[in-house]
Ligand binder design. Structure first.
Ligand SMILES: [Zn+2]
Length: 646
């Protein structure tokens, strides 16, 4: 669908807890898409906000001796601080107690009462205050909340309630879902929604007894409107529904609505589109449910003490790397979007963050720009030399890359876009290695030297445009170093992703590394694992004797599907049959170069399934800054497969 305006939303967050790094992820994802569409020259409306009418809010406020409104007012600055530190450039921030929202929600409620899609009925059943959800008798087995994350005692409630005729929309919803491939993303989650809808949709209670907090039901103030019904409608408020017809016509429907998988199926893919159908308003173009983050392999929870907040993490990373906070924020944004394929669950660890920082940003990206700029200053006084021709191969790659990045972002595949950009970064670095400008200089080959530096800088320029939505501050600094005016976030995208934009005579800035390499030996940003490694207890020889460590020879190496770090190795261990071992070395060793190499293997580790492949043993390697360095027997001696290491 063609849009005048690219409207993108995060869910509005529960106001009682500032989002941690895992749920901040939604907002970062939306920010990247918003920035990308601004780059394309589109009008963008990027909205986020807070859901403030929950019963819990009233309870917490009471506990603090405050009115609910005074309490939620104290939360707003905390949210805005998190978003500012993550460089989130939203266009609208909505809070549900705002007048514009309260009025719109009441108008919608009235409209649906008049059309008969909301009716007064009565309800009796189990209710969880914490989740603000009713459960049927069959769902409840022990008078506790069936939500495995909650399990709090339920209350039995009997009350007069308004209901939304959700059942009436089961059929139209199913028809829509099954005839609009790509409406729900990722695709595998769509099947879950279809199954849920097919199982039957019951009318949804949309009011609660009025306890003094919430939006009153128009004409019947004994009731307030159910917090979910109220919250979902924020997307219409922001778009100007029933208040600004011109704006609404331009903005609606949303291009993308993004959220975590927990509120995807039940609320955003069934209740919400059914509400829109009842209002005879178009449903959003795309609903997207992403996966969850764990920290060091564990679920994020206050009781585990592993909650990571953006502001604190940014400060820590900035201190450690010696870079400003906006650059640290960029690195965290990069990590979140690069580390896992979108949709899947991901694991956050500081060690993995530092490893990405050093390898992808300080090394790969740093080499491409800083090394080249240093040479430009040394050989040409910092000025782009005249008369250089485009390298056809790099120019062609840039064209393909722009298409790939655009397609990946249209398909909400952030890691795919970044992988493609980093392949281009590698091509640029390889081009420098192959052409060895330092040697050209030595040999006095000025024309060739000018050409190599020009093409490398041009590669860096194209990369800068493409990474700007992901890392806005770093891209701006790179842009300045390249001596360019304006900002990479507001370019003529179609033209500026093509090769040949850098003019001869451009005076480039100094070659200061934007992502200074983190010295991991001095690192205080250590994960729990590293700390425990440093204080490993002494063991007895008997315990060591239990380990079967031996030499093995690699017979074959191939990539594990869907895992960019893993290789599946077939190894000769001196036994009758070769073994399969999965090893996390794919980012540092190319599969083709491995067959024939000897490795050190822990052979009696209990087999484990890794990404569906059974690993029969563990390859031992040195861990240097998160890089796996293979160990090898003395080259001058013969250590055949099966030789024991002790
Ligand atoms: Zn519950």
């Amino acid at each position: 669908m063609a849009h005048d305006c690219y409207y993108i939303t995060t869910p509005i967050y529960y106001v009682n807890a500032v989002p941690h790094i895992g749920n901040a992820y939604t907002t970062v994802c939306c920010d990247v898409l918003a920035r990308f569409h601004r780059q394309l020259g589109q009008e963008v409306l990027f909205a986020t906000g807070t859901d403030e009418h929950a019963l819990k809010v009233r309870e917490v406020a009471e506990g603090l001796g405050m009115t609910p409104l005074a309490y939620v007012d104290t939360m707003e600055p905390k949210f805005k601080q998190q978003w500012a530190s993550l460089e989130i450039a939203f266009d609208d921030y909505i809070r549900t107690p705002e007048k514009r929202h309260v009025e719109m929600v009441q108008k919608v409620f009235k409209k649906l009462l008049d059309s008969g899609d909301i009716y007064l009925g009565s309800y009796e059943g189990w209710y969880c205050v914490s989740d603000e959800t009713f459960f049927t008798k069959t769902e409840v087995t022990d008078e506790r909340c069936p939500n495995p994350e909650c399990r709090k005692p339920l209350s039995w409630v009997k009350e007069e309630n308004y209901f939304f005729r959700l059942s009436k929309y089961q059929k139209p919803l199913l028809e829509y879902m099954t005839s609009h491939a790509g409406w729900l993303k990722p695709e595998y989650r769509a099947n879950e929604v279809i199954a849920f809808t097919r199982a039957g949709l019951k009318d949804q209670s949309v009011s609660r007894t009025n306890n003094g907090w919430g939006i009153p039901v128009p004409g019947d103030e004994k009731h307030v409107i159910y917090v979910w019904f109220d919250a979902l409608l924020n997307y219409l408020t922001v778009a100007g529904y029933l208040s600004d017809d011109k704006k609404f016509a331009r903005v609606w429907p949303p291009a993308v609505q993004m959220m975590g998988k927990d509120i995807f199926v039940r609320f955003h893919c069934t209740l919400w589109p059914a509400m829109l159908m009842a209002l005879e308003v178009a449903v959003p173009d795309m609903l997207v449910g992403h996966g969850f983050w764990t920290v060091d392999g564990e679920k994020i929870s206050k009781s585990k003490g592993n909650v990571v907040y953006a502001t604190a993490l940014i400060r820590e990373l900035a201190e450690l790397s010696g870079s400003p906070e906006d650059i640290a924020a960029d690195a965290i944004r990069y990590f979140l979007l690069r580390e896992v394929p979108f949709g899947s669950d991901g694991d956050f660890s500081k060690q993995a963050l530092i490893s990405r920082f050093n390898s992808d940003l300080a090394n790969d990206l740093g080499n491409l720009l800083n090394r080249t700029l240093s040479m430009l200053h040394r050989y040409f006084g910092g000025e782009v030399p005249p008369g250089a021709k485009n390298n056809e191969e790099l120019a062609h790659q840039a064209d393909t890359l722009a298409k790939e990045v655009r397609a990946a972002l249209d398909d909400i595949q952030f890691s795919k876009a970044l992988e493609a950009i980093w392949e281009f970064v590698s091509s640029g670095n390889k081009y420098v290695e192959q052409n060895a400008p330092w040697a050209l200089h030595r040999e006095g080959k000025e024309t060739e030297l000018a050409e190599v530096l020009y093409n490398t800088l041009e590669t860096a320029r194209v990369v800068t445009v493409l990474i700007a939505p992901f890392m806005p501050s770093a891209a701006t600094k790179m842009w300045r170093q390249l001596g360019l005016k304006g900002s990479p976030g507001s370019v003529n995208w179609e033209k500026d992703v093509r090769f040949g934009g850098l003019k001869s005579g451009t005076k480039c800035g100094s070659a200061d590394p934007i992502f200074p390499r983190i010295d991991t030996a001095k690192s205080t940003l250590q994960s729990k694992d590293q700390k425990s490694e440093a204080t490993k207890p002494l063991i007895q020889f008997d315990e060591f004797k239990k380990l079967d460590i031996r030499i093995a020879r690699i017979l074959n190496a191939e990539h594990v599907e869907g895992a960019d770090k893993l290789l599946k190795l077939t190894v000769d261990t001196g036994e009758n049959e070769p073994r399969t071992v999965v090893a996390g070395i794919a980012q540092h060793y190319q599969a083709e170069t491995l067959p024939g190499r000897s490795i050190v293997l822990l052979a009696n580790l209990a087999p484990a399934k890794i990404r569906g492949v059974e690993s029969q043993g563990m390859l031992l390697a040195a861990d240097v800054d998160g890089r796996a360095i293979l160990l090898q027997p003395d080259q001058n001696e013969e250590a055949p497969p099966g030789a024991i290491v002790r």
